[in-house]
Write a new protein. Structure first.
Length: 94
């Protein structure tokens, strides 16, 4: 039977391992910055490559959003026209 103390001990070990991994990742990142492998001209601890990638992705999403807006407007216009055709057909007009 598993006792409460054994469960707590396992949780503490798990938490300790997660903290160790996070600290190791921070140390590696700081070394990469110190050795100029990662560039960060504005000293915000976000690599310049990541900032550029974010800006490109943001521009791409904005462009796609504008295209979708235009398509929705066209679809709404066509729907309104087709709705009028349905009413004309229902009333017997050609």
């Amino acid at each position: 039977m598993v006792t409460l103390s054994l469960v707590l001990k396992q949780k503490k070990e798990s938490i300790s391992m997660v903290i160790d991994i996070i600290l190791l990742a921070i140390i590696v990142l700081l070394l990469l910055y110190k050795l100029d492998i990662l560039k960060d001209n504005d000293n915000d601890f976000i690599p310049d490559e990541a900032e550029e990638l974010y800006d490109k992705a943001k521009a791409e999403v904005k462009s796609r959003l504008e295209n979708v807006k235009a398509e929705v407007k066209d679809a709404a216009k066509n729907l309104a026209k087709q709705t009028g055709d349905v009413f004309d057909a229902m009333s017997g007009k050609k």
